[in-house]
Design a protein around this ligand. Structure first.
Ligand code: HEM
Ligand code: HEM
Length: 214
C-alpha cells in the first residue's frame, strides 16, 4: 500500500448543514425586518407619506441591529455546532465584520427614527428613559467596535482589550431588550416578545457555561 492511499480522506464540507443554518438565519432576519409591517406602532398611525416610510425604515434598521447583535453574541460564544459547520476561524471573522454591520444598522436606526423629528423633539430627559437607554446602547456599540478595530493603533494589549470587550459586549446584550421592550409596543405583542425571550433564554445558559469554564 503506498503512502497516499493510507492518508485519511479529507472530511467533506457539511454543505447541507451550512445551507440549513444560512436559510434559517435569512428567515429570522426577514421575519424581524417584516415586523413593522405586521405590527404597526401607534407612532406610525400618525404619520403619512415620506415621514411614515422613514419611520418604518428606521424601525426595520433597529430590528436589523437587534438580530445582528444577538447573532454577534452567538458568534462570540463559538458554539460547537457552529465550529463544526463553519470552522472557528470563520466564526471569528464573521464576528469582526458583523460588529461593523451592527454599528451601521444602529446609526441608520437613530438617523431615521430620531433625526426627522426635529431637534426640539429629540427624546432627552428622564421621561424618555427608554430612548436614553437606546442612546447608551448606541454609544456602547460604537465604543466596542472602535476599540476592537483600532486596538493595535490605540496601543491596547490583547489581554487588556479582552478584559473590557467581554463585559461591554454582555452589557450591550442586557441593554438591548430593555430599550426595545419599553420604547414602543412592538415587543409587547406576544409573538415578537416570545421570539426575543426564546433567543435570550437560549443564549443565557451558553454564556453562564462559558463564564464558569474560565
Ligand atoms: C440614540 C439611540 C437610540 C434612540 C434615541 C432610539 C429610539 C428609538 C425609538 C424612538 C423607537 C420607537 C420608534 C417607534 O416605534 O416610533 C425605537 C425602537 C427600536 N429601537 Fe431604538 N433607539 C436608539 C438606539 C437603538 C439601538 C442601538 C438599537 C439596537 C439594538 C435599537 C433598536 C430598536 C428596536 C429593535 C426598536 C423597535 C422597532 C419597532 O418599533 O418595531 N435602538 N428606538
Ligand atoms: C457590537 C460589537 C461587539 C459585541 C457586542 C461583541 C461581543 C463579544 C463578546 C461578548 C465576546 C466574549 C465571548 C466570551 O464570553 O468568550 C467577544 C469576543 C471576541 N470579540 Fe467581540 N464583540 C463585538 C465586536 C467585535 C469586533 C468589532 C471585533 C474585532 C474587530 C471583535 C473581536 C472579538 C474577538 C477576537 C473575541 C474573542 C476574544 C477571546 O476569546 O479571546 N468583537 N465579543
Amino acid at each position: 500500500m503506498n503512502s497516499i492511499s493510507r492518508q485519511p480522506s479529507p472530511r467533506p464540507a457539511p454543505v447541507l448543514g451550512q445551507t440549513l443554518v444560512m436559510l434559517a438565519f435569512a428567515l429570522i432576519l426577514g421575519g424581524a425586518v417584516a415586523i413593522p409591517f405586521f405590527y404597526e406602532t401607534q407612532t406610525l398611525w400618525y404619520k403619512a407619506g415620506m415621514a411614515k416610510t422613514l419611520l418604518r425604515t428606521g424601525q426595520m434598521a433597529g430590528l436589523l441591529a437587534l438580530v445582528l447583535l444577538l447573532t454577534q453574541i452567538l458568534l462570540a460564544l463559538r458554539p460547537r455546532f457552529g465550529e463544526r459547520l463553519f470552522g472557528p476561524a470563520v466564526l471569528v471573522r464573521w464576528h469582526k465584520r458583523n460588529g461593523l454591520l451592527i454599528a451601521g444598522a444602529a446609526v441608520m436606526h437613530v438617523l431615521l427614527v430620531v433625526v426627522p423629528e426635529g431637534i426640539n423633539n429629540w427624546p432627552i430627559g428622564v421621561k424618555h428613559w427608554p430612548e436614553m437607554i437606546g442612546g447608551s446602547l448606541l454609544l456602547l456599540l460604537l465604543v466596542t467596535v472602535l476599540l476592537s478595530h483600532y486596538r493595535v493603533a490605540l496601543g491596547l494589549s490583547y489581554p487588556g482589550w479582552r478584559r473590557w470587550h467581554r463585559p461591554l459586549g454582555y452589557l450591550a446584550l442586557s441593554l438591548a431588550p430593555v430599550h426595545v421592550y419599553f420604547v414602543s409596543e412592538t415587543f409587547q405583542h406576544p409573538l415578537p416578545f416570545a421570539a426575543l425571550l426564546l433567543v435570550l433564554a437560549a443564549l443565557l445558559p451558553a454564556i453562564i457555561k462559558k463564564y464558569t469554564a474560565l
